[in-house]
Design a protein around this ligand. Structure first.
Ligand code: NAD
Length: 245
């Protein structure tokens, strides 16, 4: 077993359960797990690093307690507000934090390919991102779709907040070359599908990733916790963990 112990927050949820199984498979000890109504401070005292797949509403409290006790954090939860994102960035000046909208090797390769394709295809190609998830997913668009749009916006020198177009309804007029469309589909038990469309007149390129198991995210999050152990304070992502930077 590992020389450090994990606290799994959101331990009764789909991802929490998958993380506990992945920790066991990778020989990493789980010191505690908490869900709604459990004491965070008591559980933190039993652990060295938190893996969080709960709710973004919990992020403020989680970060405050981790700062008090000096615990490192792997954050997989998505759907944060800009204030919550700012809080994570600020905390990473003091704590080592891996924050990733997606922990799978395949999706992180998709991130890399998306940047390359956007650079190679250039501004004549219209950019759209499609994502599909199970019917119970609460936030929209997915954190992964958001990351894909951020990568595209970075290459095109656009801004997520002003240039991202969430779906289309009614008399919206023709598409502008600047906008990046993002569309969220919900249904069934889909673990997570993402497609980036690069469309020009006469041709179209599509990059697609489909996850068929949560184990890929959970295994990646445990891998991130192992990588983070002993690292200095800083805000890291899965590209750092996988050495893709
Ligand atoms: P889920 O609803 O199955 O599980 C969430 C769990 O967190 C629930 O058991 C809930 O009771 C618990 N929870 C909520 N608020 C809490 C609080 N204040 N304190 C403690 N526990 C609390 O959801 P899920 O499918 O497991 O997803 C959880 C989060 O992880 C979502 O934000 C989802 O988008 C994200 N996610 C990220 C990745 C990734 O690779 N980064 C992959 C899948 C899901």
């Amino acid at each position: 077993m590992s020389d450090f112990k994990l606290l799994v927050t959101g331990c009764k949820g789909r991802m929490g359960q998958a993380v506990i199984a992945a920790a066991d498979a990778q020989g990493v000890a789980v010191g505690a797990g908490i869900d709604v109504g459990d004491s965070l401070s008591a559980a933190l005292a039993l652990s060295d690093c938190v893996i969080d797949f709960s709710s973004h509403h919990f992020t403020d409290e989680l970060i405050s307690e981790c700062l008090k006790l000096g615990k490192s954090l792997v954050i997989g939860t998505t759907g944060h507000t800009s204030d919550e994102l700012a809080r994570i960035k600020e905390a990473a000046k003091t704590l080592p934090i891996v924050f990733a909208s997606n922990f799978s090797v395949g999706v992180n390769t998709l991130f890399w390919l998306t940047r390359k394709a956007a650079e190679l295809l250039g501004p004549d190609f219209d950019l759209e991102v499609l994502e599909m998830h199970h019917r119970l997913k609460k936030d929209s668009p997915s954190g992964t779709a958001r990351t894909l749009v951020e990568i595209l916006a970075d290459v095109r020198r656009l801004e997520y907040d002003s240039d991202c177009r969430h779906g289309r309804f009614g008399d919206v007029g023709a598409r502008t070359p600047k906008e990046i469309g993002v569309h969220a589909i919900r249904g069934g038990d889909v673990v997570g599908d993402h497609t980036v469309v690069f469309a020009n007149v006469g041709e179209r390129v599509e990059l697609t990733h489909k996850a068929s198991s949560r184990d890929t995210f959970a295994g990646g999050a445990v891998r991130a916790a192992r990588w983070l152990h002993g690292k200095p304070a800083g805000l890291y992502d899965m590209q750092d963990v996988l050495g893709l930077k």
